[in-house]
Write a protein that binds this ligand. Structure first.
Ligand code: FMN
Length: 202
């Protein structure tokens, strides 16, 4: 049984939904999932706007991520929505604060994985996960990909693929919440990540 940290930033709540499903997958596999949010750091008018305020309220009970805590976990998952094909500044800022862990090699050998979401199908699901993953290369963290380890990765017409779980959140409101494929992939990935982390921790 492994302790899995799930560090994410979610402005509108979709990445949070995905994080919750991944956490459910970790728990179904017998592990403990530790959800950790990142501060939004937004101007008041944006933070109080429709959609954002509700999403922030919805995660009030989730503790903020602490850099030092990463070393307590057997594996760490990082999630962020897409910003112009890459990760949010909020997640990148957290990565930037991990210099001391890098200097001491404290995360070497701790498995990592990544999840994301985007408003369009070809707007950054893959590039955002790949851009986040450079953090793991530099920290010496073995990357656990999704692969085609669940049948839904072959058939999904929303989010989720071999790089990791993702969600599609069209701005026109044509999709409400996560699709069945996104949920299936997120849960399977949580379980698979837990399995790999458990084996590496032995
Ligand atoms: C500044 C900004 C840039 C964005 N860039 C992209 C993009 O490059 N491609 C895309 O498909 N969606 C883009 N989006 C949409 C978000 O990635 C998408 O809505 C995501 O699901 C939000 O996740 P959240 O609900 O957890 O905040 C962008 C949104 C914002 C606010």
């Amino acid at each position: 049984m492994a302790d899995i940290g799930i560090v994410y930033f979610s402005m509108y709540g979709s990445t949070l939904e995905l994080a919750r499903e991944i956490a459910a997958g970790v728990r179904e596999a017998g592990g403990t999932a530790h959800l950790r949010r990142l501060p939004h750091d937004l101007p008041d008018d944006v933070a109080e706007s429709e959609g954002v305020a509700e999403a922030q309220d919805d995660q009030d009970d989730i503790p903020y991520a602490e850099v030092e805590e990463l070393t307590d976990f057997d594996g760490v998952l990082f999630g962020s929505g897409t910003r112009f094909g890459s990760a949010t500044a909020q997640l990148q800022k957290f990565f930037d604060q991990c210099g001391p862990l890098w200097a001491e090699g404290e995360l070497i050998g701790t498995p990592a994985g990544f999840f994301t979401g985007a408003a369009t199908l070809h707007g950054g699901h893959e590039s955002t996960i790949l851009s986040m993953s450079t953090f793991a290369y530099h920290q010496g963290m073995p990357i656990v990909p999704m692969g085609y380890s669940h049948e839904a990765t072959n058939t999904t017409d929303t989010g989720g693929g071999p790089y990791g779980p993702s969600q599609l959140s069209p701005q026109d409101g044509s999709k409400d919440g996560l699709s069945d494929d996104e949920i299936a992939i997120a849960r399977a990935y949580g379980a698979r990540f837990h399995d790999v982390a458990t084996r590496l921790a032995d």
